[in-house]
Design a protein around this ligand. Structure first.
Ligand code: PEP
Length: 259
């Protein structure tokens, strides 16, 4: 089964409009002459206030090499939900992906598995693709409960999602102890956990659908680590934080995931 790799940059709460424009134009210009069929699917996730400017600059390129993601959304369509943004509102900017369940949202903003499941269902119903994050803490890893914890997060996130829709979701395995720490998870170990995720998905949605799901690794991905990560059987790309904030390092990572 060949799955098209994804390299997604999560810009987190960095970059105002001008900085976002500079960054996306830098990435766009650096990859514009590369054969599209050789590139991974490149995705950038700016803050909400930069979605419009990033969207305009991606569209002006006219070459479809970069897709837009939001870092979050709310599952209700509209109403008295101060501070939230609906999926329809994200569609105004031609947003294609929404990151949900990031460990920062779970830990800092107390997002539960139930909320993540509601978001996943609403995103799929709206025709967008969720990038569903999962991952264990260092304490869970040391207690030996990594696999059961990850499997539980996946089962809960995908509850009541139709098997055929499961095939199109994107999962990001992000060990929390590797995020923003410079400590990358050993590639073989990341691949092992990602296989656990694929087996879990197969139990929920069948083997054929599970084989289609793209599962990314995230956690201190750098230009020096991407080739080894991409060489693993089940790692289909990367969700990149810190190294996605500089044109050079992000473009190196993109190139490291090329065919
Ligand atoms: C992330 O926040 O999703 C992430 C993987 O960050 P970093 O690459 O900086 O570890």
């Amino acid at each position: 089964m060949s799955r098209r790799p994804i390299i997604a940059g999560n810009w987190k709460m960095h970059n105002n409009r001008a900085q976002s424009e500079e960054l996306v134009c830098g990435i766009r210009d650096a990859i514009k002459s590369i054969d599209k069929d050789l590139l991974p699917e490149v995705v950038v996730a700016p803050v909400f206030t930069s979605l419009d400017v990033v969207s305009k600059n991606i569209c002006n390129c006219g070459c479809g090499r970069i897709q837009l993601a939001a870092q979050n959304c709310y599952y209700e369509a509209k109403g008295a939900f101060t501070g939230e943004v609906s999926i329809d509102m994200l569609k105004d900017f031609d947003t294609k992906f929404v990151i949900i369940g990031h460990s920062e949202r779970r830990q800092i903003f107390s997002e539960t598995d139930e909320m993540i499941n509601k978001k996943a269902i609403a995103i799929i119903e709206a025709g967008l693709t969720p990038i569903i994050c999962c991952g264990e803490t260092l304490e869970q890893r040391e207690l030996g409960v990594t696999d059961s914890h990850i499997a539980s997060q996946i089962v809960k996130a995908l509850e009541n999602v139709k098997p055929s829709d499961v095939a199109n979701v994107v999962i990001a395995y992000e060990p929390i102890w590797a995020i923003g720490t410079g400590k990358t998870c050993d590639s073989a170990e990341a691949n092992r956990v990602i296989k656990v995720i694929r087996t879990t998905i197969a139990q929920i949605a069948g083997k054929d659908n599970a084989e289609k799901v793209r599962i990314l690794y995230g956690g201190s991905v750098k230009p020096e680590t991407i080739k080894e990560q991409m060489a693993q059987s089940d790692i289909d790309g990367a969700l990149v934080g810190g190294a996605s904030l500089k044109v050079d390092s992000f473009v190196e990572i993109i190139k490291g995931a090329m065919k």
